[in-house]
Design a protein around this ligand. Structure first.
Ligand code: PAF
Length: 300
């Protein structure tokens, strides 16, 4: 496995490999099973898998959150090697943001101003869009892999790739979950045992709403109420709980197009995000793997 820390090293590592498919998995490190599921998906479609590890300061709107973000480079390199990664790109902040850096990729409109954009501030998605653009342009991979867990980030990435004409296909991998249903996240290590139990109200709330969709419920307010009941029972007050369209993140009244139920809530010291796809037209019985959930009248 090659470890590149500069853009020049990355380019020379990839130059001899450009005659076969290249995949990139962008991460901020502290690798867990969720990241490794992205690597596995990438491995299946590419001859060369590049994993980027960079805790991007510009997407953190609170210094304390940036300081607390777990960093474990040696452990990450061992896991990446074992997972079959070919090239790790682990640059410094100075490499990605050289002196005088003055360019920001900023996506206008509700997609970046609502939900995570509203809670964290719009600088969050400016930071994500800028670093993802830089990473995609640095690697120029055929495919790039992102987790469904960060559904709004996925919509932002799809938008910037279309708008900037970046020739990389975005592949979205279903949310990876622990056996108890909790979505895997680098932040989960900061949950106390008691908070971890309370956190299970998130996947339970999503599962309850998805079951209601499978039973024919199409009304967004009803679905929100069903999910809110589970959160209330665990004493959790969500930052948001909404049915949105998966592309633009506009709030929906009914499931009349591709929709996602998104939730974010603080559990103890940790802010957790989760979502379930509620597309109205595809049949599935298992809601926890994020395959679309059926409405009974939908066609397969
Ligand atoms: O999801 C993440 O880990 C980050 O937001 C990403 C996409 C690597 C950009 O820093």
């Amino acid at each position: 496995m090659i470890v590149a820390t500069t853009l020049a090293e990355l380019r020379s590592a990839l130059a001899p490999r450009r005659d076969a498919p290249i995949a990139v998995v962008p991460t901020m490190g502290a690798l867990h099973e969720g990241h490794l599921s992205l690597v596995t998906a990438a491995r299946a479609r590419a001859a060369t898998v590049v994993l980027t590890i960079f805790v991007n300061p510009t997407q953190f709107t609170e210094q304390a959150d940036l300081d607390a973000y777990p960093r474990a480079l040696d452990d990450d390199l061992a896991k990446a090697g074992a997972a079959g990664v070919d090239v790790v790109f682990a640059p410094t902040a100075a490499e990605m943001y050289p002196t005088g850096f003055a360019t920001t990729v900023s996506i206008a409109g509700p997609l970046t101003e609502t939900f995570e954009g509203a809670v964290r501030g719009r600088a969050h998605f400016d930071g994500v869009a800028t670093i993802v653009s830089k990473l995609l342009l640095a690697v120029l991979a055929d495919t790039a892999y992102f987790g469904q867990k960060d559904a709004q980030q996925v919509a932002v990435v799809r938008r910037l790739v279309r708008d900037l004409g970046i020739p990389t296909e975005i592949v979205v991998v279903p949310t990876s979950r622990d056996d108890d249903g909790l979505a895997r996240s680098s932040r989960n290590v900061r949950l106390t045992p008691a908070d971890r139990v309370r956190a299970l109200a998130l996947p339970r709330a999503l599962a309850a709403a998805a079951r209601a969709v499978a039973d024919g419920e199409q009304d967004a307010a009803a679905l929100r109420a069903i999910a809110a009941h589970e959160l209330d029972a665990a004493g959790l007050t969500p930052d948001y709980l909404a049915v949105v369209d998966s592309d633009g993140f506009a709030e929906l009244d009914r499931l009349d197009r591709d929709a996602v139920l998104v939730v974010a809530a603080r559990v103890g010291a940790v802010r957790l995000l989760d979502n379930v796809v509620l597309a109205p037209v595809t049949v599935s019985s298992d809601i926890l793997d994020d395959r679309p959930v059926a409405a009974p009248t939908g066609s397969p």
